[in-house]
Design a protein around this ligand. Structure first.
Ligand code: KG4
Ligand code: ZN
Length: 332
């Protein structure tokens, strides 16, 4: 069973053909990071325009690399939300046109379901039930997954997503966009105990996060002491990173305990973070929970995760028709 996945929800134009919902034949991602970097964030109109330029070449390149023709596909999957409306519409229009022209079935995929199921491309992947933390630039939400297609929200951020906090703090520190990787790299050379940044919502009754106070603490630190350089910058990054990883993993382990979960998946761009991965492993081991971490390239946006979720939905009988529209705030 061959599924083509198309992803254009934010600033990556991506396409991949996945066999039997588990094996990516290839995976082409064209990122617009360099275009948005000078603005310090994603400019929706620029994103849409660049998806228009890139989407057909990306799909062509994917089919060539995967050595698959359109005829051979069994289903076409496309991200239909959540994300930027104009950006989503580009992928949708192409997917609908391909489905119409080839007569192949079409499946609209929730981007967050794509992140949660990306782990299925790894050799070692859990069958449900499992818990999944989606932690990215736009989302920080813990889901209980009793079966594919059933997602129960256990907790979420009350303000900024963790990735958004990374990107905003990076901007404060004069580091490039997106801020996750540069902060992660600097943090590895710093002292995580150098600055005692606050942890919000510490109560064991609350399964939510809040990162805007942490961001404000970094702002106050910089206003008082100036933007540090050298070792001081590394120490600040390490202290910030520790606060994020500590908050994320504490609540995730609380969620695992409350739900009686024995399997846990981390996914989304921030799941590429070195300290989050390390601390999650430590705490999962201590709690007897089996942790599944997708390889880093599967954490950030890609087409293969959309093809996996599309193939799985197709197997369950999900079908979309040509009235499929973008749903920028589609909740999973
Ligand atoms: O999943 P993703 O590619 O796009 C969204 O759906 O949002 O995630 C992008 C986010 C950005 O905020 C970026 O700064 C963050 O993931 N990120 C990281 C790391 N790599 C990417 N955050 C922390 N540490 C990293 N190593
Ligand atoms: Zn994403």
């Amino acid at each position: 069973m061959l599924c083509l996945g198309i992803e254009t929800s934010c600033d990556e134009t991506a396409a991949a053909v996945v066999r039997d919902g588990r094996v990516a034949l290839s995976d082409v991602v064209s990122t617009q990071i360099d275009i948005h970097r000078r603005w310090g964030g994603v400019i929706p109109e620029l994103a849409s325009r660049n998806h228009v330029i890139q989407v057909m070449p990306v799909i062509d390149e994917e089919l060539t690399r995967a050595q698959v023709t359109l005829d051979q596909l069994d289903v076409i999957a496309v991200t239909s939300g959540p994300g930027l409306q104009g950006a989503l519409l580009v992928g949708l229009q192409v997917a609908k046109s391909l489905a119409l022209a080839t007569g192949k079935p079409l499946v609209g995929v929730n981007h967050l379901e794509g992140h949660l199921l990306a782990i299925r491309l790894a050799a070692d992947a859990p069958e449900p039930p499992f818990l999944g933390l989606v932690v990215s630039g736009g989302h920080t939400t813990l889901y209980e997954v009793p079966a594919f297609g059933t997602y129960k929200k256990l907790g979420t951020t009350r303000d900024d997503a963790a990735g958004e906090a990374y990107d905003k703090v990076a901007r404060l520190l004069g580091l490039p966009y997106p801020g996750g990787q540069p902060i992660d790299e600097l943090a590895q050379k710093g002292d995580p105990k150098a600055i005692a940044f606050p942890r919000a919502l510490k109560s064991h009754e609350v399964l939510d996060w809040s990162f805007s106070g942490l961001k404000t603490s970094v702002l106050h630190h910089v206003q008082t002491h100036g933007v540090p350089t050298g070792q001081g910058l590394a120490d600040l990054c390490a202290s910030f990173q520790e606060a994020v990883a500590d908050a994320l993993t504490k609540k995730v382990m609380l969620g695992a305990k409350k739900a009686g979960a024995t399997q846990l998946v981390l996914c989304g761009g921030v799941a590429a973070n070195s300290r989050l991965r390390g601390l999650a492993q430590e705490r999962a081991d201590a709690a007897g929970v089996r942790l599944y971490l997708p390889p880093k390239r599967l954490c950030t946006d890609n087409g293969a995760m959309i093809a996996v979720a599309g193939a799985e939905a197709f197997r369950r009988g999900v079908r979309s028709d040509l009235s499929l529209n973008a749903d920028p705030s589609w909740r999973l």
